[in-house]
Write a protein that binds this ligand. Structure first.
Ligand code: 5RP
Length: 227
């Protein structure tokens, strides 16, 4: 498929940034899957902290060494996908439900590189993809009402009628805002201070480079303004 070729191009370009001895942050999603394959194919001596059980399982299959975040002070490079990115490289993430671990791991890394396709670049975050927010199940009602008071249309992520739980045992609510999010940085702070919110899918000021793959195999580089 065209999109698969584009994702593969982005994943392979990110693997070119990896050298033996690096400690990596290993993101989650279909684009990251190509990155993991490309890293394994290069037979580099690397280890990484996985951001989900799915990524950990794939690393085991591919022979990529895993690190426990409890034993890691810093990582050289974190590579992860995104659901949306703006031109300042602020992101929305969490379509795959791994946002909390993804943000912890990105925060440990000297450098975060996003791999995506050009259709994910937006003028305003929240414009094309609902913002995922990870919520402690006990608090889902109060958090939902708080988000609605902020102007979001909120839907609980469910599978077969049951709340879909993350690897951390939390729920996810997907939040739509007509016209997108006016001030993502302020919203991230507001959500961080809301009791019961475990994490939001807003990644502000974390990524320094985006590699945007296209189906013809080309990759566009987008750098954060201060990078
Ligand atoms: C998972 C994520 C993913 O990185 C995001 O959903 C992009 O995934 P994909 O590469 O499959 O489009 O944030 O929580």
């Amino acid at each position: 498929m065209t999109t698969d070729r584009a994702k593969r191009a982005a994943g392979e370009a990110a693997a070119e940034l990896v050298t033996s001895g690096m400690r990596l942050g290993l993101g989650t999603g279909s684009t990251v899957a190509y990155f993991l394959e490309a890293v394994a194919a290069r037979a580099l001596e690397v280890e990484g902290v996985p951001t989900s059980e799915a990524t950990a399982a794939r690393c085991r299959e591919l022979g990529i060494g895993l690190l426990d975040p409890a034993e890691v002070d810093r990582l050289d490079l974190c590579v992860d996908g995104a659901d949306e990115l703006d031109r300042a490289l602020n992101l929305t993430k969490g379509g795959g439900g791994a946002l909390l671990r993804e943000k912890v791991v990105a925060g440990l890394a000297d450098r975060m590189v996003v791999i995506a396709t050009p259709d994910k670049v937006v003028d305003r975050l929240g414009d094309s993809f609902p913002l995922p927010v990870e919520v402690v199940p006990f608090a889902i009602g109060p958090v939902r009402r708080r988000l609605e008071a902020l102007g979001f249309e909120v839907s609980e992520r469910r599978a077969g009628g049951e709340l879909s739980l993350t690897d951390n045992g939390n729920a996810i609510v997907d939040c739509r805002m007509r016209g997108g999010i006016a001030d993502p940085s302020a919203l991230e702070s507001t959500l961080a201070m809301t009791p019961g919110v475990a994490e939001s899918g807003l990644f502000i000021g974390l990524a320094t480079l985006a590699l945007l793959g296209s189906s013809d195999g080309t990759v566009e580089r987008l750098e954060a303004p201060s990078a």
